[in-house]
Every structure is written in C-alpha cells, then in structure tokens.
Design a protein around this ligand. Sequence first.
Ligand SMILES: CC(=O)N[C@H]1[C@@H](OP(=O)(O)OP(=O)(O)OC[C@H]2O[C@@H](n3ccc(=O)[nH]c3=O)[C@H](O)[C@@H]2O)O[C@H](CO)[C@@H](O)[C@@H]1O
Ligand SMILES: C=C(OP(=O)(O)O)C(=O)O
Length: 433
Amino acid sequence: MEQYVIKGGRPLEGEVTIAGAKNAALGILAAAVMTDQEVTIENVPNVRDTRVLLQAIQGIGARVRYIDEHTVAICGGTINPNTDLCVDDEYIRKIRASYYLLGALLGKYNHSQVALPGGCDIGARPIDLHIKGFEALGAHVDIANGMISVEADELIGSHIYMDVISVGATINVMMAAVMANGKTTIENAAKEPHIVDVANFLNSMGANIKGAGTDVIRIRGVKSLHGTTYSIIPDQIEAGTFMVAAAATRGNVLIKNVIPKHLEAITSKLTDIGATVIEYDDSVRVMCNKRLKATNIKTLPYPGFPTDMQPQMAVTLALSNGTSIVTESIFENRFKYVAELSRMGAHIRVEGNTAILDGVETFTGANVAAPDLRAGAALVIAALVANDFSTVCDIKYIQRGYEKFDEKLRGLGALIEKVETDKEIQKFKLKVG
Ligand SMILES: CC(=O)N[C@H]1[C@@H](OP(=O)(O)OP(=O)(O)OC[C@H]2O[C@@H](n3ccc(=O)[nH]c3=O)[C@H](O)[C@@H]2O)O[C@H](CO)[C@@H](O)[C@@H]1O
Ligand SMILES: C=C(OP(=O)(O)O)C(=O)O
C-alpha cells in the first residue's frame, strides 16, 4: 500500500506552482458533455477525482482525448441519448462530483441515472437540495438500489430558494437550468470561486447565466450550447495548503499561479497569527521565522474561512503559542485527524463541532493514517514539522485532490518519499539520516 515517509524539521523554501481547481474542474468536465461540439478544457488538475470523472464521461459514450497532461478535449456529440445514460462503477461511487453528471445529463437529455455520490466521509452529506432543485425544474427524481434517477418531459425555469448554502446543489441546478424553458432564479446560492468558474464556462458555451458569485443567480434558458476552449481557475485549497505548510514549517515559499483574492480568508488568518503574506498579481509569498500565535477560526461558506482548509490550519494552530478554538460549521465529521495528530503530541480536545487546541512547541514523528483528503494533507504538514520520521498511510485520499503532492514538497526541500514497502522506508531512513 502506498504511503508517504517523511523526515520533518526542515523549513519549506522555494517556489511551487498550483494546479487547476479540483472542485471547479469536476463541475466543468461534467458540463462539457452538454454540447454536441468539442470542448477543450485547459489547466485540468491531474488528480484521481478528475481521472475517475473523465472515465465515467467516456463510459456514457462521450469522446475524451488528452491533448497534454492538463488539457482535455471532450465531445458529447457521440453520446447516445436513447440509452439509459447510467453512470455507475466502483470508482464513481466513491467520488462526490459524480452527481454533476445528473444535472448535466438532465439539462441536456432530460434524463440520467447516477450512483449515489460518495466523496470524503466528513459528514452526512444529504442531497435533498439537489433533488428539490431538479423537481422545481419539473423533473421526477427517484432513488433506488444505490442509484438516483432523474427524468423530465420538459425542464421549465423556476424560482429556487436554497435553505442551506450548497456548492454542489448550486452547480447542479445551474447546469440543469441552462437549457430549461424560461428563466430560473437560484436564491441563497453558494458564492465559491468554483461556482463562478463553472458559470463562466457554461456562458462561454453559449449559456446565459448572471449573478454567479453573488447569492442570486439568474439563468435564462437557451436552446443549445456550443464548443469552447476554457482554462480552469487555480486551486484555492491547494494554494492554501502550501501557504499553511510554509507558515507551519517556518519557511519562505512563493506560491505561483493563484488568484490572491480567492485566498483572502486564509491570508488574513495567517497574518493574524504572525506569518508574513505578500500578495503579487498571480502569486503569494508566505514567510515565517518565529512561533505563531493562537487564534480562533470558524468555517463558513465563501468568502468565509473554507472548511476544506480547516484541518491544515488546525495543524498550524496546534503548534501556535496559546489556546485556539476551531469551529466547524459546515460538516459534522471533520475532526477525524485529531486522534492521529494527538499521536504526534498535539493537545486537542473536541467538543461537538468545536476543537480546543492548546499549542505545543513541536510534534514528534509517528505512523499515522489519512482519514480523508484534507485531513491527510494536514497530517503531512504535521509530519513536515515533527522531529524525526513519520509515515502517513492511506494516501489514496490525498491523491484525490493534490497533484504530485510529494514531488511539489520535495521541490521545496522537504524530505518526503512515496513508498510501498518497509524495505523502502528503511532505505529512505538510511538515505536522509
Ligand atoms: C466536489 C466538491 O466541490 N466538493 C466540495 C463541496 O462539497 P458539497 O457540494 O458536497 O458541499 P455543500 O456545499 O453541498 O455542503 C454544504 C452544507 O450543505 C449541506 N447540504 C448540502 C446539499 C444538500 O442537498 N443538503 C444539505 O443539507 C451539507 O450537509 C453541508 O452541511 O463543497 C464543500 C463546502 O465548501 C467542500 O467541502 C467540498 O470540497
Ligand atoms: C471534501 C472534499 O471533496 P469531496 O466533496 O469531493 O469529498 C474536499 O475537496 O476537501
């Protein structure tokens, strides 16, 4: 089983380039099948989730062609709408974004069937808002045998109020409404940068979507969509992860290919606790040469502090001087890293949706397991700080959303290697001493 072996204690130094945003890519790749013409998508992150989704897209009959590692051409014109448009295999069941094919195929063909979504086990993750949105557009939704089926005679524009702010439901309903008959309004929509990116992509295919990035999105249905070439925005969370890793290891890292505005919540917290963040046009530098201070964070929908950065930031706070309080308000099960981090010497107490962190000077190396994607990245950061060796197993979660994570960290001077056997771990230990 693949795992990372890490020797901590070195500040991260140098430059790292951020990939395209996983959570934008997943919406955009699904939406690409909504035209019969070829669509070229650039800056696609080469991570497990995008590869799985592309396989599923191919599985329903679309033509998928890699132009280079990060550029993919998709042609939905080869899909046969007279099949049951069924998306199901053992891989697609494990990812969250499979549900975007529901909205995309419903929007184009008025029907589809997709395995109930998986994704990281960070909470109950209901899909009632997706269903409510599809039904408001006139679709009939049925859940049976692990599959969700949607079908409509005709999709008709509607007024949809989301009583909980949901990224997935906003994107899904937006896709389903793009070719509906008439106008759709989504109120209390999510405002994340990837919502705007998916909307911009759909508009570049001829959709008429206004207001993405605000809490009211207005969609005027169009008859059809056409081919386009589109480049995905940089990954806010990958960038944030490297920012936090630079601060936690007391390093100096230039993080390139980012949109600094998308990082404001992270920049602001890092600055509050004593790190230096310098913003350039499309990069940020994070520097730190002292012990950071405690603070409180509460996860919130964008532009608040992202839940996908909570575990990584918590690792930094677990090392900061004083007591910090981390409140997780989006997902009820996002503190699974706490038990593992405690094995590295962290002092953290979880009470409901709150973690109380009494900062320690440093961590000690340990063998830990990644419980999910961001918690896994957080444990790698902890291991980069820890004195001595650590291993992080179950890195399949980390590979869902970080492209060449170990390689990028090695480029910043980290002592980290991907290994499979105890013999390889021993070899690494002998090599780095
Ligand atoms: C593939 C992808 O883009 N995943 C991201 C997406 O997940 P995802 O789209 O699943 O997250 P949502 O924004 O939908 O979830 C936000 C909250 O709404 C609740 N909810 C959601 C849908 C629904 O029908 N009913 C309902 O109650 C959820 O339980 C959660 O408490 O946004 C999350 C919040 O930024 C991120 O952590 C995930 O990385
Ligand atoms: C939780 C995440 O992804 P998903 O919604 O795909 O599980 C994430 O990206 O942190």
